[in-house]
Design a protein around this ligand. Structure first.
Ligand code: NAD
Length: 259
């Protein structure tokens, strides 16, 4: 039985009502979870997040800004989480960034050191930075998930440096799972199919990706945000108590194809 009644968690990564984090929030609320939210600093962003949450009927949510590339910002956030909740049960990491200049078809080989470092810092190291701060807030154990994509396993033209970041994110998931298991903290990742979000729109050739995916995937369609949300609820709930270090594909089956 997939219920989140009595569980409290923090969601990172809502930018608007198309974000994967928004769909995950939608399904978590339906399952009865108690949620707090962290977003990129800035008044404008806070307003956008609040608007997106209002659409889900959440009018008085606990929001805390945090730049996941900044240790001080992360320390402040986790102090605030401790002060607000004392302890938590789960975390949703749904955050990524890369300079879109380097997410164009055929230009992976031009990636600069600065672009590489920023993409891997925000999109992969941040999972480690968040997890290490979460341990002491999860005395009864917990569940941490992040969002990955198939471009971390295979070459997807245009995905470029984000593919490298996703490969790092996925293997970070495994190493974290191996160490945090002794605290009964599980760490998993969802490899989601392409969804029309702000981040996705930065990727060159994304239109073709949606078309190709819908045509070729075993289920002959693209993924719905709610389907990833349901998988997230599963991985965050006790229904998945035996699963850790897993990269779960929720992509209408696309990843099983050879050609
Ligand atoms: P999105 O643009 O809605 O979400 C990305 C989020 O990352 C935004 O909320 C943004 O504010 C946040 N962010 C970026 N830099 C940050 C920083 N320094 N500090 C704090 N937050 C920061 O797009 P999305 O597609 O929902 O992306 C969410 C996750 O899902 C990402 O990890 C993305 O790679 C992954 N994903 C997306 C797709 C897709 O097709 N949309 C597919 C698979 C995986």
């Amino acid at each position: 039985m997939q219920t989140m009644e009595g569980k409290t968690g923090i969601v990172f990564g809502i930018a608007n009502d198309r974000s994967y984090a928004w769909y995950i929030t939608k399904q978590l609320i339906a399952a009865g979870a108690n949620l707090g939210f962290s977003h990129l600093p800035g008044e404008k962003m806070a307003r956008r997040v609040n608007l997106a949450l209002e659409e889900l009927g959440l009018t008085d949510s606990w929001l805390c800004p945090c730049n996941v590339a900044d240790d001080e910002s992360l320390d402040q956030l986790f102090e605030s989480i401790r002060a607000k909740y004392g302890k938590i049960d789960f975390i949703v990491h749904s955050v990524a960034f890369a300079d879109r200049t380097f997410l164009q078809l055929g230009n992976f080989h031009t990636t600069t050191r600065a672009c590489w470092n920023q993409a891997l810092d925000i999109s992969a190291y941040s999972l480690l930075a968040i997890s290490q701060r979460a341990i002491s807030l999860m005395p009864d154990g917990g569940s941490i998930i992040s969002m990955s994509y198939y471009g971390g396993e295979k070459v997807v033209p245009g995905y470029n440096v984000m593919g490298i970041a996703k490969a790092a994110l996925e293997h970070t998931t495994r190493y974290l799972a191996a160490e945090l298991g002794e605290h009964n903290i599980r760490v998993n990742s969802i490899s989601g199919g392409p969804l029309r979000t702000l981040a996705a729109m930065a990727v060159g050739g994304i239109g073709f990706m949606f078309e190709h995916h819908a045509k070729r995937a075993p289920l002959r369609r693209n993924i719905e945000g709610e389907e990833v949300g349901d998988a997230a609820v599963f991985l965050l709930s006790d229904a998945s108590s035996g699963i850790t270090g897993e990269i779960m594909h929720v992509d209408t089956g696309f990843n099983v194809l050879g050609i």
